[in-house]
Design a protein around this ligand. Structure first.
Ligand code: ME8
Length: 656
């Protein structure tokens, strides 16, 4: 089984072909693609699986509305999904559809095996059902009588049904989590699963339906169809040939190295799926990574809210690599993040047009203009260059440390630190001045050589993120295939001295922010409903008095700044704490931990502007570093309101 050879099996969730996919869906697939490409670059035999989850009442109803059969309906939508993945340069090795014959055959065998082993039994189901989520809920799991996942109405459901003995796995699951502390990531998801689902007690799960037919029939009782989540989760093994003859690589790739999933479907992947595998006597996936959501101002992107961003439009306007880069650079993978066109364009301009694009074009242009043969004795390293060279030499290791943790944002930051440092090196060494003095020509050649080497290493490590940009870079600096391997990124000085550079097109043209935003707004204005006005806040209570007076000078010691919440997540083992990533107008931003979880969820905060005390001594709260605090008001007995600032105030503005 997987683990003996150099194999790597990674999956995305399989997508519902009910709606057009938006940028939030693309997020997970792009991240999976980056990881798959990275592992291939390292020499792993990779299996990257994605696909579509095509059964269930929701699809049946959509097809009815469209006046076609469910199969006709899904065929058409799935074709669009495949096109989207092509557009985003997704390199999946396999694409599974749950309507594929081999998958249906395997699901039937899995269901029967669970029944034969006594883990599935017949009973009668009474409860609540959320049709859009295809989820059964008990009364106690509902939030305000509505679906706890999507907040929509649930319906009463009662029917004869088969049940999976999920309750029998409660203790086994807890033990498994304890023995495999890395099973779920980020770690905060473990708390959520244990506190919200395991501790209240696992109930047996209804795993068949009789009220509709669009599903996999139960072989020994065909009026029942298999519950869509049992059908869907099985895809991760049926796509390898488990229970069918279509494929034969189950032994090779299972258990999966990692399932990437959105945080709201963690419970299916870390409770139901492991229980199913335990019941089948199969090993569990090595890791389930629950990534955050891309939010728009006003909440999670979703078709029903009408606030989706179309990846096709973005790719057409900015190119696929810019979108791939933005998605993984802008947001920490495990946290929610706020998507905005402004942030996208700013990121493209700053990182790709200015930093990377400029570095490549300046380096190549100077080699061409000054026309020098690069130094033959390139081993000699002037001290001045040492810092840069050491930084580049260590880059692969720093990058790898982050990639192995799925910290894509950090990995990219490491690369771009080198890009910035190299740009600075150009300014420090001023090759155009060296060119004027014939005695400095050998030095000039060394400087130019160093630039090309930096670009080469950066290009290699960018390959998983921006595959076509990396190729364009290699072409421009004249690096042949063998100098762009992953191994070669760890060695300095591989580029031959007589390399021929080629001036190519600008990698990323600068975008006129104001003009572009106006065009994007105009394009969507007609389509989008207006955001609902938020509920009025409670009036602040009367101020009764102050403790003691201070002078204006004393007050001036407190540095208050406006900052925007870019990302936010729960703090492990700390019910009250949230960890916020703030854009405070500085390049690095800042992390603040705040005890406001009793009153706010991450999605209430992401995108909002707040006031941060910027010169507070750093502190560690439950092991997490906090640099400052955000201001909030005691708005009544046991009620706290964060002070939000008008969104027009720029990040970093001083508050006084
Ligand atoms: O859940 N930001 O399918 P799905 C980030 N069929 N991720 C998002 C997102 C957003 N705004 N919106 C959706 C299903 N996603 C099941 C999976 S797996 C055996 C079955 C992510 O099409 C979402 O979190 O509704 C999920 O991981 C994925 O898109 C597919 O969602």
């Amino acid at each position: 089984m997987n683990g003996t050879g150099k194999t790597f099996y990674i999956t995305t969730p399989i997508y519902y072909p009910s709606d057009k996919l938006h940028i939030g869906h693309s997020y997970c697939t792009v991240a999976t693609d980056v990881m798959a490409r990275y592992k291939r670059l390292q020499g792993f035999d990779v299996m990257f699986l994605t696909g579509t989850d095509e059964h269930g009442q929701k699809i049946e109803l959509k097809a009815q509305d469209a006046g076609v059969t469910p199969k006709q309906y899904v065929d058409q939508v799935v074709a669009g999904i495949k096109d989207l993945w092509k557009l985003l340069n997704i390199s999946n090795d396999r694409f599974i559809r749950t309507t594929d014959d081999y998958h249906e055959e395997s699901v039937q065998k899995i269901f029967k095996a669970l029944y034969d082993k006594g883990y599935i039994y017949k009973g009668s189901y009474k409860g609540k059902y959320c049709t859009p989520c295809e989820s059964f809920w008990t009364e106690s799991q509902l939030v305000d009588g509505k679906c706890p996942d999507c907040g929509r109405e649930v319906i009463d459901a009662e029917e004869e049904a088969y049940f999976f003995k999920l309750s029998a796995f409660q203790d086994k699951l807890v033990k498994y989590y304890e023995e495999h502390p890395d099973f779920m990531e980020p770690q905060s998801r473990l708390n959520e699963m244990v506190n919200n689902f395991i501790k209240p007690g696992l109930e047996d799960l209804c795993v068949s339906r009789t009220s509709f037919t669009w599903g996999v029939p139960v072989t020994f009782d065909p009026k029942h169809v298999v519950y869509v989540w049992v059908d869907a989760l099985s895809n991760y093994i049926t796509a390898l040939g488990y229970g069918n003859d279509k494929y034969h690589d189950f032994e090779k790739y299972w258990p999966a190295d990692v399932h990437f999933v959105g945080k709201e479907i963690m419970r299916f992947h870390t409770i139901i799926w492991p229980a199913m595998l335990m019941a089948l006597d199969l090993p569990l996936p090595k890791k389930v990574y629950g990534h955050g959501w891309l939010l728009l101002e006003g909440g999670k992107m979703s078709k029903s809210k009408g606030n989706v961003v179309d990846p096709v439009v973005l790719v057409q306007r900015y190119g696929v690599d810019a979108i791939r880069y933005f998605l993984l650079r802008e947001f920490p993978f495990g946290s929610d993040g706020l998507f905005s066109n402004e942030a996208l364009i700013a990121r493209i301009n700053a990182d790709l047009a200015n930093d990377l694009g400029n570095l490549v074009s300046r380096s190549v242009a100077m080699v061409k203009t000054f026309g020098f043969t690069l130094p033959t004795q390139r081993r000699e390293v002037p001290e001045q260059d040492d810092e840069l060279i050491q930084m580049v030499k260590g880059l692969q290791q720093r990058y790898e440390e982050q990639m192995e943790r799925y910290a894509f944002q950090n990995a990219l930051m490491e690369i771009f630190k080198v890009v910035s440092r190299t740009n600075k090196y150009i300014d420090e060494t001023a090759p155009w001045t060296l060119a004027k003095n014939p005695e400095e020509h050998s030095r000039l050649a060394t400087v130019l050589y160093n630039l090309l080497e930096c670009v080469r290493v950066v290009g290699i490590l960018l390959k998983p993120f921006m595959p076509s940009t990396a190729e364009r870079i290699f072409e421009q600096i004249g690096a042949s295939q063998e100098l762009t391997t992953y191994e070669s990124a760890g060695t300095w000085g591989l580029l031959p001295a007589d390399v021929t550079v080629h001036k190519g097109e600008v990698l990323f043209p600068r975008i006129d922010l104001a003009k572009e935003l106006a065009e994007l707004e105009a394009a969507k204005a007609s389509k989008e409903p207006k955001e609902p006005v938020k509920a009025e806040k409670k009036a602040a209570p009367q101020v009764e008095g102050v403790a003691s007076m201070i002078s204006i000078d004393e007050f001036a010691k407190v540095e208050l700044r406006v900052a925007q919440v870019k990302a936010c997540e729960h703090v492990k083992r700390a019910k009250k704490l949230l960890c916020l990533q703030l854009d405070d107008g500085t390049e690095a931003g800042r992390q603040v931990v705040s005890g406001i979880h009793p009153w706010y969820e991450p999605e209430d905060l992401v995108g909002k502007k707040v006031v941060v005390v910027a010169n507070l001594n750093p502190a560690k709260l439950c092991g997490v570093e906090s640099n400052g605090m955000i201001l909030a008001a005691d708005a009544g007995e046991n009620d706290v309101k964060v002070l939000f600032v008008d969104e027009s105030v720029p990040c970093g503005s001083k508050v006084r």
